[in-house]
Write a protein that binds this ligand. Structure first.
Ligand code: SDX
Length: 425
């Protein structure tokens, strides 16, 4: 093996033993020390329980520069994609690496439409759930059950099977999400209408009822399409890492995406958009903001400012800025531009960003801070906010799963541990 261009040397100060480790450099971002041989050659494990300094893979899909507040999908800035491209075009970009030509976009759209219905047997699952089950619970159940219906494409070694499963997941998630909502509100399941756009169809399946005509509101369709683009992928976040780890064992893609949905549900991750609205309701008025900022600063108080902070961004989350602008437009056109929750959110952001506590820790609003306000203005119930996030992020999960499965060096992920339990007794 030719000598790597750059190396670092580790010295064990207790024995003087040294080890030289190769440095791996990507096309953008921090260099990495390849510690693959650390335990075998040096007898040490590395310890990084929340993976704050650990790269789990090489990827060509998404890049975040946390210091600059930059987000690229296949090298394209998120601001440009959100402004100029549809979610379906961004989906194609994340899956295939390039924005589609017109004929590719048409063929891809037709392919997704062909798979938009779910097997009639799957519909029975919705009725089986308790009437007021959280839609995320129903979604986990139905997506996991997909492998009991679409097992004709679960030979994950077959690239064609992987592509059909990918298309099925992306095409059916909106239908399943809408089914979870309809079960929660006690209304009849609505079939997809393939004359509509991806997001228009989701709104149709969520809000149309048999007794009245339903027309998709263009501003709602545009807002949802852009929000989905912003939520589509985000490097190796908790849910994407869960999908990759599940996939590394050879689990079928439906099971892997179901595992991603479970990880996304947590309040520290995708569940934050729902928690932001709960927090704004609890704060209530601008005059209460100082008291809640005090609670956020208090280490003994579990209260956190939901929608603020990020493991990677140490600058503004570019997605939050785009959503804030879109929020203003949607409230002006659809909601209540004087929505007290929006006013409160704007003031909370303004006041928090002047507080030393937030400045020192570089805590800025993240993607979840404003998205819930738009969802609410679109008439989407609060318990469906994370479901919407899951629909959009399925594209990133599937793209990352495909990339992992295409990697000839892919092996099962198997972290080690530091044992602190009882010695042999
Ligand atoms: C998403 O990873 C991704 O890319 C995720 C995501 C994606 O697209 O996939 O971007 C989507 O999950 C966005 C994040 C949504 N979550 C929230 O909004 C929940 C509130 N945020 C926090 O829970 C927190 O900021 C996290 C979970 C987002 C990040 O956690 P970290 O990186 O582990 O940060 P930390 O807990 O180490 O915090 C560092 C310091 C601590 O204070 P000190 O111990 O240094 O005194 O900052 C404080 C924390 O107490 N802090 C906060 C805070 N976030 C961090 N204090 C008050 N309010 C907050 N929101």
């Amino acid at each position: 093996m030719k000598k790597p261009a750059k190396t670092v040397t580790l010295t064990d100060n207790s024995t003087g033993k040294q080890i030289e480790l190769p440095v791996v450099t990507g096309s953008l971002g921090a260099p990495a020390i390849d510690i693959g041989r650390l335990y075998r050659d040096f007898g040490y494990l590395s310890y990084d329980p929340s993976f704050a300094s650990t790269a789990s893979c090489r990827s060509t899909i998404t890049f975040i520069d946390g210091d600059k507040g930059q987000l690229l999908y296949r090298g394209h800035p998120i601001e440009k994609l959100a402004r100029e491209n549809s979610f379906t075009e961004v989906t194609y970009l994340l899956l295939y690496g390039e924005l589609p030509e017109a004929h590719q976009r048409q063929r891809f759209t037709a392919q997704l439409r062909r798979h938009s219905m779910i097997n009639e047997g799957l519909k029975g699952f919705f009725r089986a759930f308790y009437h007021d089950a959280h839609p995320m619970a129903s979604m986990v159940g139905v997506v996991g059950a997909m492998s009991a219906y679409y097992h004709d494409v679960t030979d994950i070694r077959n690239p064609e099977h992987r592509e059909i499963a990918a298309h099925r997941l992306i095409a059916k998630l909106p239908t399943i999400a809408a089914g979870c909502h309809k079960r929660a509100v006690g209304e009849p399941f609505v079939y997809p209408d393939n004359s509509l756009s991806y997001c228009g169809n989701l709104l149709h399946m969520m809000f149309s009822v048999p007794c009245e005509d339903y027309v998709v509101e263009p501003v709602a369709e545009e807002a949802l399409d852009m929000i989905f683009t912003l939520h589509a992928d985000h490097e190796q976040n908790a849910s994407t890492s869960t999908v990759r780890l599940a996939g590394s064992s050879g689990a079928n893609p439906f099971a892997c995406i179901a595992s991603g949905i479970t990880a996304l549900w947590g309040r520290a991750h995708g569940g934050a958009n729902e928690a932001v609205l709960e927090m704004l309701d609890e704060i209530g008025t601008v005059s209460n903001i100082p008291r809640y900022l005090e609670r956020a600063r208090d280490r003994d108080d579990p209260f956190r400012l939901m929608g603020f902070g990020h493991r990677v961004y140490r600058n503004h989350d570019p997605r939050a800025r785009i959503i804030r602008t879109m929020c203003h437009k949607v409230l002006e056109r659809l909601g209540d531009i004087n929505d007290p929750a929006f006013e409160l959110a704007l003031r909370l952001e303004e006041i928090a960003l002047q507080e030393d506590y937030f400045i020192e820790r570089k805590l800025y609003p993240n993607v979840d801070f404003y998205s819930g306000l738009i969802y609410r203005a679109l008439g989407i119930p609060r318990n469906m906010f994370t479901v919407m996030f899951a629909v959009a992020r399925t594209v990133g999960w599937v793209a990352q799963w495909q990339e992992m499965m295409d990697d000839p060096q892919q092996r099962i992920g198997r972290p080690r541990q530091i044992y602190v339990g009882a010695k042999s007794r």
